[in-house]
Design a protein around this ligand. Structure first.
Ligand code: HEM
Length: 414
């Protein structure tokens, strides 16, 4: 949608009669209660953005799916998230390989070569190694005697090590890329800070691409470089490889790490469900999808822009207007086809949830995320059936300040 003009910000927060994005939770595991009211009374409603401007908030399951599958809603603003943090007045054009910001047919050209590494079959083959990594982390936890911070000792190491091995990134560099992820995802980061973090990450991955061209390994980045070098029609230039590599590294560890920690905490708050998983580990497949649905950590949803006038759920959205798919709300909509969607029930399998998005951009790493979550949660619960919080619940720092929800730290003992 590169030619479409995005409506210039016109309103100012202080004088706008419009409400902002619903953000105030009354329960740390559930989205703001305001969403239920909106789904009922104003399923597609206007909201004001913090840096000026406005957009449409889409809260019902059916409308969210229709919107995300509709090519007239462009992704070119991708992670801009103007509904929660100011974005630069002029967003740069989507760059090659920036999957989250590309529309068809460009998007598929870059997605296809990477997709092969994330199929069910390929992820199945990674399971033994993921199990080994999880077991090593749990061994270290056990040796320490506790208490430990589950984010630092389990969630982050498991997901970072897996994506490092898969991509061919040195795990020794984890402080660098984990720190950059924090800067990229913080809501209070200025556009300049986000841009600086993106540049630094780009330089880091560009160095890796150059090194792997000289000395290829068995990893995904080396494979993609070799495929690109062997095919002169390949879209995978060094710039595209760098951007793809950056995306996979950040998306590949930060999301799943937050799901591991937040799922653990949620289960500690629901001891009956923790016990059900302990007594019957075969529930884990459905349980992980139920946790993904219930917690929906992409807490501010997904941003698109209309490239032409579109009627969605009976509302006219004009060309150039922003539209936000409120994933946490859609996943609590009874239209999802499950009983009592505000209840966590690890014995069900809500396969049709939208925690991984929907449509052409649906999460490319979802099979890997599921495998990591299933293995980590099962092993943790079996090994530490007496797991409990090591601090009072009100001292757990939630990530209300980040694009991806979760906890900053999770002190636990057993
Ligand atoms: C619990 C973990 C995860 C959640 C909740 C999650 C969520 C999402 C969502 C909602 C999208 C859609 C974005 C959009 O439509 O604009 C997405 C896209 C994506 N995810 Fe994930 N993700 C997770 C794990 C992963 C992992 C482990 C990887 C990589 C190894 C990954 C790589 C990607 C990539 C590359 C895209 C862009 C796909 C495209 O635009 O075609 N994600 N993810």
């Amino acid at each position: 949608m590169n030619e479409t003009t995005v409506n210039e910000p016109t309103t100012n927060d202080a004088v706008s009669p419009l409400p902002g994005m619903p953000r105030v939770r009354t329960c740390p595991f559930s989205p703001a209660p305001e969403y239920a009211r909106l789904r009922e009374n104003a399923p597609i409603s206007q909201i004001a953005f913090p840096g000026g401007g406005s957009g449409w908030l889409v809260t019902r399951y059916e409308d969210v799916r229709a919107m995300l599958a509709d090519p007239r809603f462009s992704s070119s603003l991708g992670m801009g998230a103007p509904h929660v943090r100011p974005v630069p007045a002029m967003l740069e054009k989507p760059r090659p390989g920036a999957l989250l910001r590309l529309d068809e047919p460009e998007h598929t050209r870059y997605r296809r070569p990477v997709m092969r590494a994330f199929t069910v079959k390929r992820v199945q083959a990674l399971r033994p190694r993921i199990q080994q990594i999880v077991d090593e982390c749990l061994d270290a936890m056990e040796r320490s005697g506790g208490p430990v911070d589950l984010v630092a000792e389990l969630a982050l190491p498991v997901t970072s090590l897996v994506i490092c091995e898969l991509l061919g990134v040195d795990y020794e560099d984890r402080d660098t890329f984990q720190g950059l992820a924090g800067q990229l995802l913080a809501i209070d980061a200025s556009p300049e800070q986000t841009q600086a973090a993106r540049l630094e990450l780009g330089l880091f991955i560009a160095g890796l691409v150059a090194a792997k061209r000289e000395q290829p390994g068995e990893d995904l980045l080396s494979t993609l470089i070799q495929e690109a070098d062997a095919d002169q029609d390949s879209p995978l230039t060094d710039e595209a490889l760098t951007i793809l590599g950056s995306l996979l590294l950040i998306a590949g560890h930060e999301t799943t790490a937050n799901m591991i920690a937040l799922s653990t905490l949620t289960l500690l708050h629901h001891p009956g469900q923790f016990a059900a998983l302990h007594h019957n580990p075969s529930l884990v497949q459905g349980a992980v999808d139920e946790l993904l649905r219930y917690l929906t950590i992409i807490q501010f949803g997904l941003t698109r822009v209309a490239t032409e006038d579109v009627t969605l759920g009976g509302r006219l959205i004009c060309a150039g207007e922003y539209v936000i798919a409120a994933l946490p709300s859609a996943n609590r909509d009874p239209a999802l086809g499950i009983d009592a969607p505000d209840r966590l029930d690890v014995t069900r399998d809500p396969a049709a949830h939208v925690a991984f998005g929907y449509g052409p951009h649906q999460c490319l790493g979802q099979q890997l995320a599921r495998a990591e979550l299933q293995i980590t949660l099962t092993s943790l619960i079996q090994r530490f059936p007496t797991l409990r919080l090591a601090v009072p619940p009100e001292q757990v720092p939630y990530r209300d300040d980040m694009i991806i929800y979760g906890v900053h730290r999770l002190p636990v003992t057993w």
